[in-house]
Design a protein around this ligand. Structure first.
Ligand SMILES: Nc1ncnc2c1ncn2[C@@H]1O[C@H](COP(=O)(O)OP(=O)(O)OP(=O)(O)O)[C@@H](O)[C@H]1O
Length: 229
């Protein structure tokens, strides 16, 4: 389980996270929802220790981020992180050399699923294929938790459907996922928990299935209630 306890973060004098708490379980998809600037990426960066927080605590399976817990988690950003002059094949070789948890069999499976060509250069990839490579590089690591920042951003409908299929596949099963998206329609039916953020605070969080069963409300219905008053 990933636990955030009262996380506070400032950039300069701006309070960007004003005491954010939530948990994300293994085997579940937790979705961070909020308008631009509400703090979603900052939360991801804080979990990965890419940005220091000023207050609060982040625990991965009960432990603070250390070498062991760091190996349980990976961050899939919405920008390419590999050297642009590398081919996909070279990027995969880099991952093999660098990460003990790299699973080449799984990487080949995802490569085939997304119909990507190993010899293509990273710099030549379209926006959609860049997202697919980011997903491949993250999903092929044998880690328990995946953080995905905007995996659907700027991507055509058919590619979004392909990416959404990944969420219901064995590639994600049993892992804990924290995902941010503005395209909630794409994964509304797939997420287990929704965290609604505004201006650095959690306005509302809920179990999506329970909400559907007890109140007959979709994630979008709840978003309308919370954000549109
Ligand atoms: N490095 C930084 N320096 C200064 N301010 C920053 C920095 N990173 C983020 N911010 C500010 O923090 C706030 C939250 O940004 P963040 O990127 O976390 O929001 P977000 O919810 O992910 O937005 P988006 O939906 O646009 O991706 C914004 O006001 C942003 O301008």
């Amino acid at each position: 389980m990933i636990e955030l306890k009262d996380i506070k973060k400032k950039f300069g004098r701006k309070n960007v996270l004003k005491g954010v708490s939530f948990t994300a379980n293994k085997g579940e998809i937790t979705c961070l929802i909020g308008i631009n600037g509400s703090g979603k990426t900052t939360i991801m960066n804080a979990i990965m220790n890419l940005t220091p927080v000023h207050d609060g605590e982040i625990l991965i399976d009960g432990a603070k981020l250390n070498k062991t817990s760091y190996e349980k988690i990976t961050f899939i950003p919405d920008a390419i992180t590999m050297i642009p002059s590398m081919t996909i094949s070279e990027a995969m070789q880099f991952m093999t050399d660098y990460y003990d948890s790299w699973n080449q069999e799984r990487a080949d499976e995802i490569l085939g699923f997304f119909k990507l060509e190993k010899d293509d250069k990273i710099s030549s990839l379209s926006k959609g294929n860049t997202s697919k490579i980011n997903l491949l590089l993250g999903l092929a690591l044998d880690v328990d938790y995946l953080l995905m920042d905007e995996p659907f951003s700027g991507i055509d409908m058919f590619t979004r459907e392909q990416i959404a299929d990944i969420f219901t596949s064995h590639l994600v099963e049993d892992r804990g996922v924290i995902v941010t998206t503005h395209e909630i329609g794409d994964i509304e039916h797939l997420i287990d928990k929704a965290i609604l953020l505004e201006d650095g605070v959690v306005l509302h969080e809920f179990d999506t299935e329970e909400k559907r069963e007890t109140e007959g409300k979709s994630v979008v219905d709840v978003m309308r209630e919370v954000y549109v008053q």
